[in-house]
Design a protein. Structure first.
Length: 98
């Protein structure tokens, strides 16, 4: 009986660890109006009042215009790190509003 209990505990640990890992690996997209950005890439960016720490490695995609204060942007994160910030058409931010 003791071996079965230990086996079940091990299975539980594996399941919990697997679910925590899958949460950390998720990609997140956040769309909103750019409120603040530093002169370069590196620093704190604020999109719709939410702050994001951005490094020099982040890709800036300006296909829909320059990324400046007041424009619609989409921020992509993976594993908790910002990967890309992309300018979007303003209608994308308007459709995201509740």
């Amino acid at each position: 009986m003791k071996a079965i209990d230990q086996f079940l505990k091990l299975i539980l640990v594996i399941v919990v660890a697997g679910s925590l890992t899958s949460c950390a690996d998720k990609e997140i997209e956040y769309t909103g109006i750019l409120d603040h950005r530093p002169e370069g890439k590196d620093g704190m960016w604020v999109i719709d009042g939410k702050s994001f720490s951005v490094t020099e490695e982040v890709e800036l995609d300006e296909d829909h215009g320059p990324i400046k204060i007041g424009v619609c942007v989409e921020l992509e994160m993976e594993d908790g790190d910002v990967q890309e910030i992309e300018s979007k058409e303003m209608k994308k931010c308007q459709s995201e509003q509740r």
